[in-house]
Design a protein around this ligand. Structure first.
Ligand code: WT7
Length: 580
């Protein structure tokens, strides 16, 4: 963890090509900012009738924007389709009718376990139309990860494909009553509905279920340092934050072709893959299939992408694939680039700037914050390594454990003053976990550490807890350790993040074997595969070290600090609390 921020200030872009930033100069924008004026941009502020499907789709469909493309879909080996706002109004109505026929009503949780395909977006919008709460699941999740989320959310319906269906353990999920299958071959079990067939029979208009701003919007599961994944519940009011941050920090307007590379299985893929851009009526590109640097750069040329929102891991993978690929394509349509998930290292930042002419702007936020909190803004200079300034109308700070704000230059807890529009409403069925976020009096505690400088700029320094960021995904060590000890050869396991040039961190496991097992490379592979096939590929350890014993405190807590010291070859420091 670096504690000395680089202060190399760069005039990254003073409105290149005469492009004006949407946000006025920061000081002016932040002064007297009032979320009430943003509320006034939504129809519900006049009608009192709230539903995000109205604000993202219907109101544009019924306006001059109706025939504009809302969604460009491109799959390198498959479908390439365009959907207008009118199309999405119709399709999400049809899907809402399908859900109503299946008995779904307001407040129900509906799991969406689909690859990035148009039906994923249509399903989420249809779920909103009936006032239910989508639980999007990343397509790479394996059985245990799917089970944890469906069980905790008590989802009654799961929208999936025949390929993903085997990973949904229906017999262990009593609340799960029905499956809606996309691209099924026609063979259906008694509790299965064909998406295509049922859509054909459905009406083309279904009025949204009218909600209040406090009704549920979406549940995203995320990891903490202890326990299983937590279901972060957001409320409809979050749209106020999605809208304004998309306008000012992503700098979106209706002239843009916007590409968010995140999957809706993660919060970036909903807050900024659906809600933000579509409340603004912006055209969005969704690319299906696997990561491929050639395909990615070709997308910018093909769709004349103007705004690109991606993650450090992706920028580093593109950089590793070399300069020749971006050189083949016309990238001149780009006007703005942002980055999220972990800090973007200077080398990758400079490389993106070299090949596109634009430096990625940091956006710091979390599943729990629901929206951008700390950003570098278009049209404002920023220093390499700086995370940025609190979004107008929000307040972020660096405090000690008692909640006292620290003077500039001192490292401490990165906190946010509660009350911003997209702040999570609850941790689903887990009030104690929710309360843990507010244990520093007066603040929401992020779990990150940071420094604030004399100019009020915040510099992210690292996680203050044991959560691992690998390829931008948050992985809790407990979940991986639990999966590891399920393997018959594993007696004990301790898991940490190990710094890695491309992925930020990789998952490294220290494993003590059961008597009678030989510490071989083949066994390492078998153990890693076990995690991969139970949880997800991104949760599997890329490195395993066999040890005699996993270091624990006398009360049995794994001492990950000691594991990190072992890994880096540093001194483990005070080990007086260690058992024997
Ligand atoms: C954690 C939240 C919500 C966006 C996707 C990640 C890290 C996020 C940055 C950034 C440095 C960042 C933090 C944060 N993080 N953005 N721009 N610079 N670190 O959401 O999975 O909930 O993870 O990601 O550690 O706490 P998430």
């Amino acid at each position: 963890m670096s504690t000395e921020p680089s202060t190399q200030a760069i005039e990254w872009e003073r409105k290149p090509n005469g492009i004006q930033a949407n946000m006025p100069a920061y000081a002016e924008a932040a002064k007297d900012f009032d979320w009430k004026t943003v509320e006034a941009e939504f129809d519900w502020s006049k009608t009192g009738k709230v539903n995000i499907v109205h604000e993202t789709i219907d109101r544009h469909a019924d306006s001059a924007r109706g025939d504009a493309v809302a969604l460009h879909y491109y799959h390198p080996e498959g479908r390439q389709e365009d959907y207008t706002f009118k199309d999405l109004k119709k399709l999400s109505s049809q899907f809402a009718a399908v859900l109503k026929n299946a008995g779904v009503s307001k407040g129900d949780r509906i799991a969406v376990f689909l690859p990035r395909m148009p039906e994923l977006y249509i399903a989420i919008l249809g779920i909103h139309r009936v006032g239910a709460i989508p639980v999007p699941l990343f397509e790479a999740f394996m059985e245990q990860a799917v089970f944890d989320r469906l069980e905790n959310s008590q989802s009654n319906v799961c929208v999936t494909t025949p390929t993903l269906k085997p990973r949904v353990p229906q017999d262990k999920l009593p609340d799960l009553k029905q499956l809606i299958l996309v691209e099924s071959n026609g063979e259906l079990a008694a509790n299965e509905i064909s998406y295509e067939e049922s859509m054909k029979a459905a009406p083309e208009w279904v009025e949204p279920e009218w909600l209040t701003v406090d009704d549920g919007l979406v549940i995203h599961y995320t990891s903490g340092s202890t326990g299983r994944s937590k279901g972060v519940l957001h409320r409809q009011y979050a749209m106020v934050g999605h809208y304004q941050t998309s306008k000012w920090s992503l700098n979106l307007s209706q002239d843009d072709i916007y590409w968010c590379t995140a999957d809706p299985g993660w919060v970036t893929g909903t807050s900024y893959g659906l809600y933000g851009p579509w409340t603004l009526g912006v055209t969005s590109l969704v690319v299906g299939g696997r990561f491929d640097s050639d395909v990615w750069f070709s997308m910018i040329e093909k769709y004349k992408v103007t705004m690109w929102y991606s993650a450090p891991t992706a920028y580093r993978m593109l950089m590793a694939a070399g300069d020749a690929i971006p050189a083949k394509y016309d990238l001149s349509s780009l006007k703005h680039i942002c980055s999220v998930g972990e800090p973007l290292n200077p080398e990758a930042l400079k490389w993106v700037k070299k090949v596109t002419g634009l430096a990625p702007h940091e956006t710091w936020w979390m599943t729990e914050t629901g929206m951008h909190i700390i950003c570098n803004y278009k049209g404002e200079d920023f220093a390499i390594g700086a995370t940025g300034k609190a979004f107008p109308g929000t307040y972020a700070s660096v405090v000690d454990d008692a909640g006292k704000e620290l003077p500039p230059g001192q490292i401490g807890n990165l906190v946010v003053k509660p009350g911003w529009p997209a702040m999570m409403q609850a941790i689903w069925r887990n009030k104690p976990k929710y309360d843990e976020y507010f244990k520093i009096p007066g603040w929401y505690a992020s779990g990150d550490s940071a420094i604030r400088d004399e100019d009020g700029v915040i510099w992210f320094q690292g996680r203050a807890d044991d959560v691992i960021k690998t390829a931008g995904e948050r992985v809790g060590p407990f979940v991986v350790e639990s999966a590891l000890v399920e393997h018959p050869a594993v007696a004990e396991a301790g898991v940490i993040g190990k710094p890695d040039a491309v992925r930020g961190h990789i998952i490294k496991a220290y494993v003590a074997l059961m008597p009678g097992y030989e510490p071989t490379d083949a066994l390492k592979q078998e153990i890693a595969k076990h995690v991969k096939t139970h949880m997800a590929a991104h949760a599997a350890p890329r490195e395993i070290d066999f040890v005699e014993k996993v270091p624990k405190t006398r009360s049995g807590k794994i001492m990950r600090r000691v594991l990190r010291a072992w890994d880096s070859g540093e001194d483990a420091g005070d080990t007086s609390t260690m058992e024997d």
